[in-house]
Design a binder for this molecule. Sequence first.
Ligand SMILES: Cc1cc2nc3c(=O)[nH]c(=O)nc-3n(C[C@H](O)[C@H](O)[C@H](O)COP(=O)(O)OP(=O)(O)OC[C@H]3O[C@@H](n4cnc5c(N)ncnc54)[C@H](O)[C@@H]3O)c2cc1C
Ligand code: FES
Length: 275
Amino acid sequence: MESITSKVLYNRELAPGLFTIGLEWKGVSVLPGQFVMLRVSDSLDPLLRRPFGVYKVLSSKSVKSTGAFKGSGIEVLYSVVGRGTALLAARVVGDSVGILGPIGNGFPLPSKKQKLIMVAGSVGTAPFYLLAKKLGRDSTLIVGARGVEARALARDFKALKCRIEIATEDGSVGTKGLVTDLLKKELLKEKSESSVVYACGPTGMLRAVTAVAEAAGVEAYVSLERSMACGIGVCLGCAVKGVPHEPRPGRPPEYAMVCSDGPVFKGSDIEWENL
Ligand SMILES: Cc1cc2nc3c(=O)[nH]c(=O)nc-3n(C[C@H](O)[C@H](O)[C@H](O)COP(=O)(O)OP(=O)(O)OC[C@H]3O[C@@H](n4cnc5c(N)ncnc54)[C@H](O)[C@@H]3O)c2cc1C
Ligand code: FES
């Protein structure tokens, strides 16, 4: 993990409130599903860095021995939801942005026999781009969004070997409804028992996706989103109960930290009623 001061290479609005920011980071090495903590302003206000998945590695090379992508920078896909993300959206080319990372375990690579189904709620698509690229064979991405921004969320995946299904709340793109409706259909298809489901998005969606996968007898892995203060396993602010993890001194043994033990966990290990 590194702590660096990076420069903004670009910061583009893809759809209202949906941005990608390119950040310089020479020699960066990232596993699919890892994230970074970004300092979104030059001052100490807001004090806390904000967590974001690594969407792309710029000028990347895949390193076979480690499974990581090495490159000269990262791209983060983000939506503006509050003050921190609004400040990030105001950063311009050449501005400084502090980065701490890469952090977390990332997604395990599915076995050759497993069919990967990725389920993303809005910017939950972010950690799946590198994963689908790494996999390099047929996979399915189910994207859920409020409306037309779904097109921007899915666009980059078209260049990968990825079949895309979209569910929107207003029915403006794809099917009107929920990602879990599309997931149920996908799992009803032949040989669903050889599928594995990976999900990233709001907690309610992750809970529902895990339940649908379990009902079909399929393993689900989820990338959890918790509010994070430190991002390095110290403040205990992102604790989740009941998930297997390496016990560490000074921590209650029954709790795992999403930042340092996750963010990816088996959905069946999580005590959803406590989240
Ligand atoms: C591991 C991880 C990876 C993430 N990856 C991305 C990403 O790739 N792109 C992206 O747009 N967002 C991502 N997020 C969520 C992102 O961190 C929050 O949207 C951001 O911190 C909000 O900051 P803010 O100051 O704009 O909002 P705030 O003013 O802090 O909060 C605005 C609203 O967002 C909610 N919120 C704040 N932080 C989180 C959080 N960590 N998880 C869930 N809800 C939150 C608050 O409850 C509130 O309702 C990720 C979160 C985690 C934990
Ligand atoms: S954010 Fe501090 S322990 Fe995870």
